[in-house]
Design a protein around this ligand. Sequence first.
Ligand code: R5P
Length: 297
Amino acid sequence: MAADISSIVAGPSSPELAAGIAKHLGAKLVSAELRVFSDGESKIRLTASIGKKCAVVQSAYPPTDTHLLQAMMMIKKCADDGAEVCAVIPYLAYARQDRAFLEGESVSVALVAKLLAAAGAKSVVTVDIHSEAALAFFSSITNVSSMPLLAAHAASLKLKDALVVSPDTGGIPRAQQFARLLKTDMTALKKSRDRTTGEVTVEQRIDMDVSGRDAILIDDMISSGGSIVKAAEVLRKNGAGKIYAMCAHALLIGDAASKIAAAGVQEIIATNSIPGRHAKVDLSKALAEAVRKALLL
Ligand code: R5P
């Protein structure tokens, strides 16, 4: 592919992932120079010209709003320069708010979809979006599953009688897929969350014998760590062996990682949708393929 036809713009939140995608596609890598003013405003300058088609890579992990707005700035600049733009937002913030759970709430993901389109994104590529329902707000979106990559990593861990566990019933389809890929079985815990306080409760009883079995807790994201901590406690009480926490997006806000370790979790394994020491599974090839299809490269 000629480098002057397509470019990958490396947003400030995802420079390494962007470089990996560009390498897989043989596309030109364009870095984005960021300046943050004293009031917190970002100013972004693309350091090279963009071709006819480009992908802007910017995961929207915290500072969520800042990373999203920076994505819009880069998308708009590329669109203004006449490029067809694909927005690659591996962690798509606000996907949890896909409906008004309480009266008066705003459906934030609907707004995010509109803003990305208004900025000039013709298509969006994301990873393990929290809610399938959120996909409906986008006119063209590819939701890449990281489960095959995470399952391949899990297979290398040499687990004892591995059992896949979803921390909640909403994650059953994901855990079923993961268990199929690992050629083992799964179960789901029964979690509830107080919509006002955010407090998580997990039923202590598990509907199968987990004693002596190594468990993989699989989730789309780990944020405060509350869900994984409660789930690990239940697994330990029920006699599980080693416990691993795997997810697409390791947000791990505040001291989440140490709380998870204190709850008896051996290791946290995530993709590089969010950079950091838990980002052990590389998404760049899978994202490059999605970009190739979205931009018809
Ligand atoms: C919930 O439905 C999600 O799949 C995750 O379990 C949840 O968002 C994780 O959040 P936290 O780590 O704050 O419990």
